[in-house]
Write a protein that binds this ligand. Structure first.
Ligand code: 1GP
Length: 241
């Protein structure tokens, strides 16, 4: 059943905060999935995102199959590349990197993905992906060979996000990058949120409960956290307190 997007909208209308735990298949061995997912199940997480900038072929599929054995939470692909698409997930963020000018990440990879998506059971959610400078170079920047938007040019970030919405995208994802030095600034989240009718995802560099709350209060509908859980799984409990 393709209900991931409508459930996101419903949670927003019920004013429920949404949290995605990001699993990078490159860093998560299949044998470790069950114990990690047990912690996710007991946490405040509402979604599991799976993806990474550089992942070996097949690794994503193996990890997703294992995750699905252990949870009822929606498993959403957040792919760094076409090779990370697997039908075993529930949904796919069909990402277009609209902050950059690399045609491969605006449309090229998408064309390559179509042969995998034809007849697929995945719920495909077109998503405008906006990379914001965070104080250091991130993997996304290196891999996509794009320059992130300045964190000080709030108007440009908002215009970029709005352009994504006007193109028909269903979500906007403001990304500081995995392991970012600084998360997306709160004034950027606030300003962008005011512009949008569609849900706003925020991720990158969020490591504390306070930063998570701040992102929600600024207007993020769904926050994505990966590194903080990878570094210390006790963070799951800390968020419950
Ligand atoms: C990265 O936004 C996600 O694409 C999560 O970032 O790993 O820094 O939490 P972190």
């Amino acid at each position: 059943m393709k209900v991931t997007y409508s459930n996101i909208l419903r949670s927003i209308s019920e004013e429920k905060k949404q949290l995605a735990v990001l699993i990078d298949p490159d860093k998560m061995a299949v044998k470790n999935v069950s114990s990690f997912i047990n912690k996710v199940n007991l946490s405040i997480a509402t979604h599991i995102f799976v993806g990474g900038s550089t992942v070996d072929d097949q690794a994503t599929e193996h990890v997703v199959i294992e995750i699905k054995k252990h949870t009822k939470l929606p498993v959403v692909l957040f792919p760094g590349d076409v090779t990370q698409i697997t039908n075993h997930a529930d949904a796919l963020l069909f990402l277009s990197l609209i902050s950059g000018d690399n045609p491969a990440y605006l449309i090229g990879k998408h064309i390559k993905a179509v042969s995998k998506l034809r007849g697929s059971t995945l719920e495909i959610i077109p998503t405008g992906y906006v990379l914001i400078e965070n104080g250091k170079q991130t993997m996304v920047e290196k891999v996509t060979k794009t320059v992130p938007l300045s964190r000080d040019n709030i108007q440009l970030v908002a215009d970029t996000a709005k352009a994504g919405e006007l193109l028909g995208m269903k979500l906007i994802y403001l990304e500081a990058g995995s392991g970012a030095k600084h998360p997306v600034p709160l004034d950027v989240i606030k300003f962008v949120k005011q512009e949008l009718q569609i849900p706003l995802i925020v991720g990158g560099g969020i490591r504390t409960k306070q930063q998570l709350e701040n992102a929600y209060n600024a207007g993020a509908n769904l926050v994505v956290i990966g590194t903080a859980f990878e570094d210390d799984e006790r963070f799951f409990e800390e968020l419950r307190k």
